[in-house]
Design a protein around this ligand. Sequence first.
Ligand SMILES: [Zn+2]
Length: 307
Amino acid sequence: MMTEAFYPIGTPGQPWGDAETSEWLSRQTRQRSYAVDVLSVIDRLRSRFEVVEYGRLDYAPDAYPLLAIRSRNWRDDLPCMLVTGGVHGYETSGVHGALQFVDQHAADYEGRANLLVAPCVSPWAYERVHRWNPQAIDPNRSFRADSPAPESAALMRLVAPQRDGMLMHIDLHETTDTDESEFRPALAARDGKPSEPGEIPDGFYTVGDTENPQPAFQQAVIAAVAKVTHIAPADGNGEIIGSPVVAPGVINYPLKQLGLCAGITNARYTTTTEVYPDSPRATPEQCNAAQVAAVCAAIDFALAHPA
Ligand SMILES: [Zn+2]
């Protein structure tokens, strides 16, 4: 027998209003510090890279500067590469993988590529280990014109000048056990829909663009990450999180149509990484290393296949 699990906020079948959103917000607590974990790390990179403040989130009593890291010698004749992390604040290795990439590998691309890295797009959610912003909006469904999420709008403004000039964009994410235990039920409750149980895959996978899948590019990322951590197998239906597996460890979504971060440019090569941090077979260090391997492989592939 199926037991229907009701989310503790709202009335089943009815979308949340302001009262329910406020109740949800009142339950969110700060569990870690963006200033300590992210801003201090970026400060240490300032001697080697350009740091730009591309926006500021004022969520009283808290305020969050939005920072991006750029190649110091930005040259118009070089291909541009975009790395984003922390669009979902709770997906820790996306944030720290992006920062680790800059620290360990960004200098290797000096004179070959222009790099733009936004390591923590949603810092309020980073601190609360949550998926949404304080308005209970998922920034990663909000990369569209007149975005309701300030996190998404700010990143779109940052990237706008290179929207057509970007060659590659890799957006760093995780798929976690809390997706199934907390975030999917919360989403269903917020929208007044039934919560349908799903499976969380054990391992790494990527999400390419249905409209521009670039399978060789996706496989280059998978091959690099497979040296660091295991790749998610397809489930009994040949799927990962409800989408057909089109190649080992790869599914596709219509990125722009869904308002996903990886669709914010017209880059030839786009992908979303999904690291699984709750695997008994993966440590936090491995998860960060998997993100770094994915970023390097994505840039290397793009440099080798520029047109
Ligand atoms: Zn995510």
